[in-house]
Design a protein around this ligand. Structure first.
Ligand SMILES: Cc1cc2nc3c(=O)[nH]c(=O)nc-3n(C[C@H](O)[C@H](O)[C@H](O)COP(=O)(O)OP(=O)(O)OC[C@H]3O[C@@H](n4cnc5c(N)ncnc54)[C@H](O)[C@@H]3O)c2cc1C
Length: 396
């Protein structure tokens, strides 16, 4: 019997590839009939890049994405809040800004090369497991029987509730709107650039390269933070012109880029949830990716964590799937716990109506970042390698 994976996003596609490369027979179920290569710009950390290299996809990603050497964020008064250089982590390290669609194109291409059974337009509605396998309930189809099941269907998965273990998925009270805009010819070369006013306004710009190889334009990902309560119907309540004024008011340098933003429909909404699980396996069922550890995008880790999950799972492959999943959970524990805690702790200092936390952030982060030890810890956090608050590094 084959292994079933639910969801062909970064986590599910990468897991299918890594398992197939180890000789495991995989069936991948995706609810969307014709998955499109879309999604927000992603920052691929050195960790995620290592996994792509192991899959033979890093050169393709480098050809499409844009190298990011530094993250810089400040306040309208010019106070530096974040100033992190990958070079301080490792002389050859950098982040890679890439369109999610470009990354998905690479992963899906590899899925096809490997001949993985990919069932698009098939939603998995539930599952039952016993000592020999797992039976999937499929929308409009006969049930399917598999040796084990991997849930990779995102933060808002309902299937996860079928795993008998303590868990919660709490939507964050803040989300974002984002788009990819063509870089005007005279627009300066930027790194990952953020500007904050307290925690209630935040704009982010990241160079992310092109969607596919024959695309002439290089894009810049524009991110604007908004409370979830204001996301629905923002077009009527705020309106595009007023929104652009707010953006340019916070960060005047963005004005030339905003000329490419002509229609509210260009902006997409993003909502995210904090997913916590006491462990990630229950017998023959395993959760990976956002389904297992959804977090806010503030640390730029979600897609990287999904890639690492896939890679680390493939390292534990064997015949006894409950044991494989148990070993995987143990292997991932420290890394997943650290980033879950960091996301929960840091997100309100960047996205909330709080006053004290961002006031402290503005005064402490910039100052702390000048201390070599703090800078080193911050950049290791950004690079995606930390497995504990004081020590511990992920080795991939
Ligand atoms: C604005 C924003 C910015 C971000 N920036 C970064 C960044 O800079 N760096 C980074 O690493 N990460 C970033 N992330 C996070 C990253 O996008 C996610 O962590 C990552 O895409 C999660 O992948 P996934 O495969 O786990 O889940 P998803 O991408 O959610 O994929 C789940 C898949 O499962 C399918 N599915 C759902 N239910 C079913 C079902 N019942 N049956 C079959 N199929 C189903 C869905 O159609 C979907 O294709 C960002 C996220 C956002 C919103």
């Amino acid at each position: 019997m084959s292994i079933a994976i639910v969801g062909a996003g970064v986590a599910g596609a990468a897991a299918a590839i890594r398992l197939a490369e180890r000789g495991v027979q995989v069936d991948l179920y995706e609810a969307v009939a014709e998955p499109q290569p879309i999604g927000a710009g992603l920052l691929l950390q050195p960790t995620g890049q290592r996994v792509l290299a192991a899959m033979g996809l890093l050169d393709g990603a480098l050809a499409l994405g844009m190298r990011v050497d530094r993250l810089f964020g400040d306040t309208p008064t010019g106070r530096a809040v974040l100033d992190m250089s990958y070079r301080r982590f490792h002389p050859e390290a950098y982040g890679l800004g890439i369109q999610r669609g470009a990354l998905m194109g690479l992963l899906w291409g590899r899925l096809r090369e490997l001949g993985i059974h990919w069932h698009c337009g098939v939603a998995v509605e539930g599952f039952d497991q016993d000592g020999q396998g797992v039976t999937l309930r499929l929308a409009g189809r006969e049930p399917a029987r598999h040796a084990a099941l991997i849930l990779a269907n995102g933060s808002f998965s309902r299937l996860r509730e079928g795993m008998k273990l303590a868990q919660h998925a709490r939507p964050f009270p803040w989300g974002a709107i984002w788009t990819v805009l063509p870089a005007p010819p005279d627009f300066p070369q930027i790194e990952l650039r953020q500007r904050f006013r307290s925690a209630s306004q935040m704009i982010g710009l990241m160079p992310i390269g092109k969607a596919h190889a024959d695309d002439g334009e290089r894009g810049i990902n524009l991110y604007w933070s908004l409370p979830v309560a204001e996301l629905d119907g923002w077009q009527q309540r705020i309106g595009l012109d007023a929104l652009k004024q707010q953006m340019a008011g916070l960060f005047p340098d963005v004005a030339p880029l905003l000329a490419g933003l002509r229609d509210a429909a260009q902006l997409r909404e993003a909502r995210y949830a904090d997913v916590w699980m006491s462990r990630w396996h229950d017998g023959r069922v395993l959760a990976i990716g956002d389904c297992a550890h959804g977090m806010s995008p503030q640390l730029g880790q979600g897609a990287n964590m999904a890639l690492i999950d896939a890679h680390e799972l493939s390292a534990e492959v064997g015949d006894d799937w409950p044991r494989v999943f148990e070993r995987y959970s143990r292997r991932r524990r420290a890394h997943l716990r650290f980033y879950g805690q960091a996301s929960r702790g840091l997100t309100p200092t960047f996205q909330s109506h709080a006053v004290v936390a961002p006031w402290l952030r503005d005064r402490c982060f910039g100052w702390g970042g000048r201390l070599p030890y703090i800078h080193e810890q911050s950049i290791a956090t950004l690079a995606g390698v930390k497995t504990g608050w004081l020590w511990g590094r992920l080795e991939i």
